[in-house]
Design a protein around this ligand. Structure first.
Ligand SMILES: [Zn+2]
Length: 118
């Protein structure tokens, strides 16, 4: 089968890696030893994922594949959809009560809209 340019590049990198494996690993060991503090600070760095979880930066890809992340993302998007629908409804109601001149109901829904948008 015909290899794409990307696949060829990857294969080339792989061959290079295996050819120079020992040398590369030694370089890495030396670097890590000489930059101990920097390396451990980088490894400890935490970020907030889009799902709301706090994750080590180095593990973000692994976390994104986890069921915890998948579950939270689904829950979050369901909540977001619900909120978006309610915002639309409230805006429609505001339009209706503006037309009717019902200030009491208008005020009520304007307060709700502000709460939803914050
Ligand atoms: Zn996540």
């Amino acid at each position: 089968m015909e290899q794409s340019t990307r696949e060829k590049e990857l294969a080339k990198k792989k061959r290079y890696y295996y050819k120079h494996r020992e040398e590369l690993l030694e370089k890495k060991r030396v670097y890590n030893r000489e930059n101990k503090e920097k390396v451990s600070a980088q490894r400890a760095e935490k970020i907030t994922c889009s799902c709301g979880s706090i994750v080590r930066k180095a593990h973000i890809r692994r976390h994104e594949k986890s069921s915890k992340h998948q579950g939270l993302k689904t829950k979050k998007s369901k909540e977001d959809n619900k909120k978006t629908r309610r915002i639309r409804q409230v805006k429609e109601l505001i339009g209706v009560f503006t037309a009717q001149g019902d200030t009491e109901k208008l005020n009520h829904y304007q307060v709700e809209l502000e709460t939803l948008l914050n």
